[in-house]
Design a protein around this ligand. Structure first.
Ligand code: ADP
Ligand code: MG
Ligand code: MG
Length: 252
């Protein structure tokens, strides 16, 4: 589904290279975890995948179902089935969460050249999805993210992910300091949405999220490169020994 080949990327503003040759293949149906110390480039990788224009790809390619997506903007990538969960969700005071979610679905439909979702169909979809994920729809009447607790922001994010039916979900949970409630929302949501035609990239600094979302493959990112790939046991080993074995003492 996703093939990252020798990906090099730099910060557009000052030219600093952050990603220094990443190779990664992610098959449909799989959950890949990317772990690594602070500053190793985990968030940069998620932004480059999403197509954020603060970064420039200088070498290599990103293929989605065999086709390069480098020329596609963030909206086109979303239409193709990418979903990036934001580490720091935006607050929109005047806009009910429900309205925002409907607009997000319609933006995706427009980019795909399909007709807008009708209000009754949208209401039905929200009801089904909130039931399936065990997320209360009450919160959706409130303005987007305003005064939301950490757990509520995560519920909203998972709800959005479910409604958009993405093919590739990228969750960057690195620095968000998830409390137990939020951790459970994210892991239950991901587990409920796991399916044979969907892949997940779960980015996390800490192992504890991976107690709840058991990944198929674990990668260690260090200084812009994947330095180790293994199974779920690799995450446990990192929890015990830290990153020192892979990245050198100073970065661990
Ligand atoms: P991680 O998510 O693994 O902690 P990041 O991808 O956030 O790492 O950052 C990797 C490195 O790139 C850090 O040294 C960070 O300061 C730097 N960096 C990332 N994005 C920017 C940016 N837009 N401007 C300046 N520095 C950046
Ligand atoms: Mg960081
Ligand atoms: Mg980060």
């Amino acid at each position: 589904m996703l093939e990252i080949k020798n990906l090099h990327a730099r910060i557009a503003e000052d030219g600093t290279e952050i990603l220094k040759g990443i190779d990664l293949t992610i098959e449909a149906g799989k959950v890949h975890a990317i772990m690594g110390p602070n500053g190793s480039g985990k968030s940069t990788l998620s932004y480059v995948l999403a197509g954020k224009d603060d970064y420039e790809v200088t070498e290599g390619d990103i293929l989605f179902n065999g086709e390069s997506i480098l020329e596609l903007g963030p909206d086109e990538r979303a239409a193709a089935g990418f979903f990036l969960a934001f580490q720091y969700p935006i607050e929109i005071p005047g806009v009910a969460t429900m309205t925002f979610l409907k607009a997000a679905i319609n933006a995706q439909r427009k980019a795909r050249g399909t007709s807008e979702i009708t209000t009754p169909d949208f209401m039905r979809l929200v009801k089904e999805t909130s039931k399936r994920l065990n997320i209360s729809a009450e919160m959706l009447k409130r303005p987007l993210n305003v005064g939301f607790s950490g757990g509520e922001k995560k519920r909203n994010e998972i709800m959005q992910m479910a409604l958009l039916e993405p093919k590739l979900c990228i969750l960057d949970e690195t620095d968000s300091g998830l409390d137990i409630d939020a951790l459970k929302v994210v892991s239950d949501g991901v587990n409920a949405l796991r399916s044979p035609d969907r892949a997940f990239v779960v980015i996390t600094h800490y192992q504890r999220l991976l107690d709840h979302i058991v990944p198929d493959v674990v990668h260690v990112l260090s200084a812009g490169r994947i330095v180790k790939t293994g199974g779920p046991e690799l995450a446990l080993e990192l929890e015990k020994n830290g990153y020192a074995d892979y990245v050198g003492q100073e970065a661990a």
